[in-house]
Design a protein. Structure first.
Length: 480
């Protein structure tokens, strides 16, 4: 292990020993920053570099979705003049799909491990927690490597980046056979014949969309009036319409009360007493932070409702020298946000210039088919009067590239300030919306106006052309 120092701008050297608990995006990105700043860094991770995000959650789910997108490519080929057997002539090898998912996850974890080791980070496979609160300028961390004895490390800075775990319902406990959480799906040896998804948030909607594309009968149980209730209403309703048109059964304003594995099927009892039978059930009702075994209460670290660690915009907890990042903070459950929280924590701890986390420029994406991407102010903000804004929504049906690709569903929505035309938000529903949201995000980040975006030349034909067209329409409104 190497001894590092913080910046020496004024001729002082301070040994910085940093312990990071959790190796997901919030943890490993922070470790790389700390190593770059010549700190002595120990990263403790129970599952493997990349954490649950890489090994069981984000990377595997998006890899699985990529396989489902291949299936989508066989849909309605005759419209393009391509004669084939269509979906009826395509089969899915569930074992091969899931093997690819796991292989890519392990490969990504190995890449992160190599990067950390090359940077000089001491990576410990095991668990850690805060030790005794003693006087002084260091914090005791108890590290327990897997299969070895616990030892103590005195750290000048501690970063908690322990992530979250799928929420378990007492009446629908996953058994890994027919009642599943999203981390158990990749152990299936065949596709479900009828998958009942309980929970219509982002995770539930993504898996429902992917399995539907693979030809699986899907029933989505939604406790709200529409799927993805926290997303833009126009966008969520557009995607729900696609789901229904493709054959998904959506049980709106229904709550899964219990799930029973009968041995050959599952029986899902709803809140109103109805029973829905399927081959498998996926429980996707959110996640809980992994903070219970970190010794936070004994150490005096403030924890809020639901067990989330309370942090400010530079990732500080209430205890000096202890920071937190990622899903364990409940700020915004996105890998990109976790990574930035971790970087900000280390920059701040080591005296570097740092800008506080700004959520208004964070873009988010739901990997359904089509995708749903958002950034900046929301429709709810505008409708409630919290943010004054003008808006334009352009359906993709008027876009030449969309017509060529036979895209009937989706739109671009843009929000701007009424007087100045400054762009403050956007929504995209389209294939690869995760890529199309970038120019809107950059516009918000750099305080661009609709005039500036409207004067930007776009490729013709392109889906991104609709973004510039939306800006031109807002600019015309401004001139009226």
């Amino acid at each position: 292990m190497r001894v590092g120092t913080s910046a020496t701008r004024e001729g002082w050297n301070v040994v910085s020993r940093i312990v990071i608990i959790g190796g997901g995006p919030g943890g490993y990105e922070a470790a790389l920053v700390a190593a770059q700043l010549d700190a002595d860094v120990t990263l403790v991770e129970a599952d493997g570099p990349g954490g649950a995000c890489v090994l069981t959650d984000c990377v595997p789910s998006k890899t699985f979705i990529a396989s489902s997108e291949v299936m989508t490519g066989y849909r309605h080929n005759e419209r393009f003049g391509i004669r084939s057997a269509g979906l009826d002539g395509v089969t899915v090898d569930a074992v091969a799909v899931n093997q690819r998912v796991k292989k890519l996850a392990l490969a990504q974890s190995a890449d992160i491990q190599a990067k950390l080791v090359k940077a000089g980070v001491d990576v410990v496979h095991g668990r850690a927690r805060l030790g005794e609160d003693t006087l002084g300028h260091t914090h005791q961390v108890l590290v327990t490597p897997e299969g070895q004895d616990t030892y103590a490390v005195e750290a000048t800075t501690v970063l908690l980046a322990t992530g979250a775990t799928p929420r378990v319902l007492a009446t629908a406990k996953p058994d890994g056979e027919r009642i599943l959480d999203w981390r158990q799906l990749y152990d299936l040896t065949e596709l479900p014949s009828h998958l009942i998804v309980i929970g219509s948030g982002v995770t539930g909607a993504e898996f429902a969309s992917a399995y539907l594309a693979m030809g699986v009968q899907v029933t989505l149980v939604s406790s709200r009036e529409r799927v993805m209730p926290h997303e833009d209403a126009d966008a969520a309703m557009a995607i729900e319409r696609v789901f229904r048109e493709r054959g998904m059964t959506i049980l709106s304003q229904s709550r899964g009360k219990s799930v029973v594995n009968t041995g050959s099927s599952v029986e899902v009892t709803l809140g109103d007493g109805r029973v829905v039978e399927g081959s498998h059930a996926l429980i996707a009702v959110g996640a809980v932070p992994n903070t219970a075994s970190l010794g936070l209460e004994e150490y005096g670290v403030q924890v809020g409702d639901g067990g989330y660690v309370t942090v400010d915009r530079v990732s500080r907890t209430n205890v000096p020298g202890i920071y937190a990042a990622g899903d364990c903070t409940g700020v915004l459950p996105l890998a990109s946000v976790a990574a930035m929280q971790g970087r900000i924590a280390i920059w701040h701890a080591m005296g570097e210039a740092v800008s506080p986390l700004r959520l208004r420029t964070v873009s988010a994406n739901v990997f359904t088919d089509p995708e749903l991407a958002t950034v900046g102010v929301s429709q709810n903000d505008v409708d409630a009067g919290r943010v004054p804004a003008r808006q334009v929504m352009l359906p993709l049906t008027g876009n030449a590239r969309a017509k060529m690709a036979d895209l009937h569903d989706g739109f671009v929505k843009l929000f701007c300030r009424p007087a100045t035309g400054q762009i403050v938000g956007g929504v995209v529903v389209a294939p690869k919306a995760s890529e199309l949201i970038l120019p809107i995000t950059m516009a918000i980040e750099n305080n661009l106006t609709v005039d500036q975006l409207a004067h930007t030349i776009t490729i013709y034909p392109s889906l991104s052309g609709s973004i510039a067209e939306a800006a031109r329409q807002l600019m015309q409104h401004e001139l009226q």
